[in-house]
Design a protein. Sequence first.
Length: 163
Amino acid sequence: MLYGVQAVIFDLDGVLINSESLAQQSGIEVCRRHGFIVPPGMWPTFRGKQSVDIFRAILAACPGSGDTRDIDLLVAERRQRYLELAEVGLQMFPGALEFVRAAAEHWPNKLGLATSSSQQSQRQAFQKFKLAPYFSAIVTAEDVKHGKPYPDCYRLVAERLRV
């Protein structure tokens, strides 16, 4: 055990994969399509948050704009658009795959993933970059009641890793 570390838990977006610009673009496109006028300065505050929480914040901050108040519809549209953009534009950060491989060698069966992304987005990234063999526990937005910044996803991954 290196320095007492029992396991390593990674985040996905903004840590392993460079998805933030695609996530933001998909949100902006959905908001435009529905007539929401979102101040540009709001978008950076949404990094790492679940889509449902993002659209709740937008609806609260932009009352009277937009043609729908159906958060589930907005989330589904954003997810679909993100997946389309990610199919072509998603990239891993330089050195991330090598780091994951090295970590997996040091801590076999003790790598976890805690992400606010949907299971569909997580699976797409894992398939595209062949990450599945390195991770023993994965928690996505669907697995927890409270997304980040709440620690629920990290606690669940740690529990699944038995640490």
